[in-house]
Design a protein. Structure first.
Length: 327
């Protein structure tokens, strides 16, 4: 062994020392572990920093949405004089009913069939706008619930035989002149059972069914029994003489659709006419579709309406004013 060591010393060869090589390996492992620890720590610091930089506006939006969907029971108490609506089961929109200014009621109809437009109507329109939902929507109860949370009064549409039937099919829930009265009654009950909270009902698709006086009387008697309102959309067929017996209490008719011509100028012109009618009679009422242009124009128009001495009002408040005036 001494000879070997001497030979290595003389020749300059490296002598293998196993214990020194082991120390070097442990040092490398320690270095790698420390480096990994530093990389992980740096990553945590960067993540925390990014979370702290979230804009305040984003957090504010979340809070605003949570506050907007409060339950109807938490809404402020308002002066009520209505005694014809079952207020235990039906949501009455908040409104100062002691205010003597003329009232305008606008009903946006056909909701629920297009989710995007329905959401926009519920969230963007003033609470005083009344929303009417189709019974052919599977989640109608959900939509009406969201509508009430945003403080809109809600109507449920009752499909009825149109003037040009059978070219237009009003569907399986429609009230028809050619079927037994018992079947029409069953359809009414089926529609009524779909949802709670709605302040009333209105016809949709057509109104030929209501041209027969006994049918109109039947609808009116049914609505009174339900403790609800009924809005008749005249669809351009308004004949006030046929409706004389139904003025008052829980019935009201509308013969104006503000977006029959769906351009901003035409919609604004009809809204101005509503203002003049309201000033003359103390109230006015109209329907509208859920077209994006219609929703936008209504929203912008409503922001300056009170400055002109007129109030946008939920349908129950408009019916109440009409009953006060007896017009």
């Amino acid at each position: 062994m001494k000879a070997i060591r001497g030979l290595a010393s003389r020749t300059g060869a490296v002598v293998y020392r196993p214990f020194s090589r082991a120390k070097e390996s442990r040092f490398k492992k320690l270095f790698v572990a420390v480096a990994l620890y530093l990389i992980i720590a740096l990553g945590i610091i960067i993540s925390v920093s990014m979370m702290e930089d979230v804009p305040i506006e984003d957090k504010t939006v979340t809070v605003a949405i949570e506050q907007a969907v409060q339950s109807p029971a938490e809404l402020e108490t308002v002066v009520e004089t209505i005694d014809t609506i079952n207020q235990d089961d039906r949501f009455i929109g908040p409104f100062d009913r002691t205010d003597t200014k003329p009232r305008i009621g606008i009903i946006v109809k056909g909701l629920g069939l297009n989710q995007g437009r329905t959401k926009k109507a519920i969230l963007d329109l003033p609470p005083a706008v009344t929303l009417a939902f189709s019974p052919y929507v599977s989640d109608i109860s959900l939509w009406v619930g969201e509508s009430i949370k945003s403080r809109h009064e809600a109507l449920i549409a009752i499909p009825m035989e149109p003037q040009d039937f059978p070219n237009i099919d009003p569907g399986m829930l429609a009230l028809m002149r050619g079927i037994e009265p018992e079947e029409n009654s069953a359809r009414l009950d089926q529609i009524s059972a779909m949802v709670t909270g709605n302040v009333g009902f209105m016809n949709s698709i057509g109104n030929a069914y209501l041209e027969e006086p006994e049918n109109l009387r039947g609808i009116y008697a049914w609505v009174r029994g339900e403790g609800a309102l009924f809005v008749e959309d005249m669809m351009g067929n308004f004949e006030s003489s046929q409706r004389a017996d139904f003025k008052g209490e829980q019935y009201i008719a509308s013969d104006i659709q503000i977006d029959a011509i769906a351009t901003p100028d035409s919609i604004v012109a009809r809204l101005r006419k509503l203002e003049r009618d309201a000033i003359e009679n103390g109230y006015a009422i109209a329907t509208a579709s859920d077209l994006p242009v219609t929703l936008e124009v209504i929203d912008q128009w409503s922001k300056t309406l009170e400055e002109r001495g007129v109030l946008l009002a939920p349908i129950s408040a408009v019916v109440e004013r009409r009953n006060e005036r007896g017009i």
